[in-house]
Design a protein around this ligand. Structure first.
Ligand SMILES: Nc1ncnc2c1ncn2[C@@H]1O[C@H](COP(=O)(O)OP(=O)(O)OP(=O)(O)O)[C@@H](O)[C@H]1O
Length: 248
C-alpha cells in the first residue's frame, strides 16, 4: 500500500480533568473520503484541532504525506497541501463570488497584500471561473456572496478551499444548516471533485445520512476513543455504535 496522506498516531488531549481525546490513531489513504463521527462531546472537534495544529496535543504525532506536522502553524499546513473548511462560513459577504474565489487563491499562494488591496486578477480569474463552474455557481459569478442562500455560500466556501489544489481537505460539518436540495448538490460536487482530482477528504459531520452517502470509510469516536471503523454499511449495522448513540 502507498504512503498514507494522513497519519494520526496516539493523539491524546485533556482539558484539566477531562480526557477529550484518549489515544486516537488512524491513517487515511490517497483518494479516501473518511468520515469522523460520534455523539456530542466525543472529541471530534478536539481531534480535528489537534490534527490542524490549532490545539497542541498532549501526546502523539500527525504526519501529512510522511512529514511530521505536529504543532505546525495552520499557514504552513496549507503549504503542505492541506486545506480546510470551517463550521462558520469564511466568505466575504460584500465581495462577489468571483472575487472571493480569486482572493482565496491569492491567499493560498501567500499574497497577503491582497487582503489590503483587493483581489485584482493575479492570473487567477480563469482558474477561479473554472472552479465556480465546477461548483455550478456560474450564474452567481458577479453576485455578492452574502446575498446567496446559505447552501450556495457553503459551495463558495468549498470552491475557495479547493483553490489551493490541496491533497487533503478537512471539512468541518459541511452539511450544517444546509437544506436538503443543496445538500444533495454539495455531496454530488464533493464526490465529483474527489473522483476527478483524487483529493482526500476527512469530514466531521452530524448529519448521518450525508456521512453515509458521502464517505468511503467511517471512524466512530465515543468518549475520546475510536469504538468502530468500517464502511458505511458496516457502521450502520454495528451494535457498539448504535449503543453509543442511544446512550449519548
Ligand atoms: N476548550 C475546552 N476546555 C475544556 N473542555 C473542553 C474544551 N473543548 C472541549 N472540551 C471538552 O472535551 C470533550 C470533547 O469535546 P469536543 O468538542 O471535542 O467533542 P465533539 O465530539 O466535537 O462534540 P460536538 O459534536 O458537540 O461538537 C467534551 O467533554 C468537551 O466538554
Amino acid at each position: 500500500m502507498s504512503k498514507p496522506v494522513l497519519s494520526v498516531r496516539n493523539i491524546q488531549k485533556s482539558f484539566g480533568g477531562i480526557k477529550a481525546v484518549r489515544g486516537v490513531s488512524f491513517e487515511v489513504q490517497r483518494g479516501e473520503i473518511l468520515g469522523l463521527i460520534g455523539p456530542n462531546g466525543s472529541g471530534k472537534s478536539t481531534l480535528f484541532n489537534c490534527i490542524l495544529g490549532q490545539l497542541p496535543a498532549d501526546t502523539g504525532e500527525v504526519e501529512v504525506n510522511g512529514k511530521p506536522v505536529s504543532n505546525i502553524r495552520p499557514s504552513d499546513l496549507n503549504k503542505l497541501g492541506v486545506g480546510r473548511t470551517f463550521q462558520q462560513l469564511s466568505v466575504f459577504p460584500k465581495m462577489t463570488v468571483l472575487d472571493n474565489v480569486i482572493l482565496a487563491g491569492q491567499e493560498h499562494r501567500g499574497t497577503m497584500l491582497s487582503r489590503l488591496f483587493g483581489p485584482g486578477d493575479a492570473g487567477l480569474t480563469a482558474e477561479a471561473e473554472k472552479m465556480i463552474e465546477f461548483f455550478r455557481l456560474t450564474p452567481y459569478r458577479d453576485t455578492p456572496a452574502g446575498s446567496l442562500s446559505y447552501g450556495q455560500q457553503k459551495l463558495v466556501d468549498a470552491a475557495m478551499a479547493f483553490m489551493a489544489g490541496p491533497d487533503l481537505v478537512l471539512l468541518d460539518e459541511p452539511a450544517g444548516g444546509v437544506n436538503l436540495t443543496m445538500l444533495a448538490n454539495l455531496k454530488d460536487r464533493l464526490v465529483a471533485y474527489n473522483a476527478e482530482h483524487g483529493t482526500t477528504f476527512v469530514v466531521i459531520e452530524h448529519n448521518m445520512e450525508f456521512v453515509m452517502s458521502l464517505c468511503t470509510r467511517i471512524i466512530v469516536l465515543a468518549e475520546g476513543a475510536v469504538i468502530a471503523e468500517g464502511s458505511p454499511a458496516e457502521i450502520r449495522a454495528n451494535q457498539t455504535v448504535i449503543d453509543a448513540y442511544l446512550g449519548g
